[in-house]
Design a protein around this ligand. Sequence first.
Ligand SMILES: [Mg+2]
Length: 255
Amino acid sequence: MKNVISDMDGVVYRGKQLIPGAQAFVDRMLAARIPFLFLTNNAEQTPYDLKLKLESLGVHGLTEDNFITAAMATAMFLKNQKDRAKVYVIGGGGLINELYNVGFSISESNPDYVVVAKSATFSFEQLKKAVRLIDQGAKFIGTNPDMIDPVEGGNEPAAGTILAAIAAATGKKPYIVGKPNALMMTLALRKLGAHPDDTLMVGDRMDTDIVGGMEAGMKTALVLSGVTTTDMIDHFPYKPDYVFNNVGEIALDKL
Ligand SMILES: [Mg+2]
């Protein structure tokens, strides 16, 4: 396989635990000079944050260019739609940074888009502002659909929950860029300069990673180190091209 796009959670780590084989997988790609990207629906962390996170877990050799986040994908998508747009943002520094990087300005007055991600400081005022701006015609965009993030101590509301509140108040549905939208995979392919036929999508979820990879025309590899067990695979109308216990087992030169 000439290129790799890989999910992170359940593939490289689970919570704060490194999954066996993760470093071997990275080393193999680096040694074979295989272009690769780690892809995440997370819109809060920058590629630099993610590189540091993986280093702290013991995965070395990565650069910021090895990551694509839902925040980056959202900024890439919007930039393709409209040059120099104004956006109202609900979300953290990671998202705002990416929107600035594509030349957008952040504004509460007549924005072209309301862009929503998970926000730890989300307030009623922001909800009201977003609802009114969308009522006035701003386009409603979400970075990722995840309703909750499992964290230590229980679940945490995520982007999807905030999107649902705004959707309820406006009667409008957001356009959501992150997985399972195959757009996320397509943007990752473009960032790699890769053709889908030559690219392997690796992930632990059938309903996001595998379906998204398949719809983008890539070969898919399911790893059983995350949320999916072998018995669950048959419950989906599509199947992965390959199944592995963990990424350490993926022999890229043999696929
Ligand atoms: Mg995952």
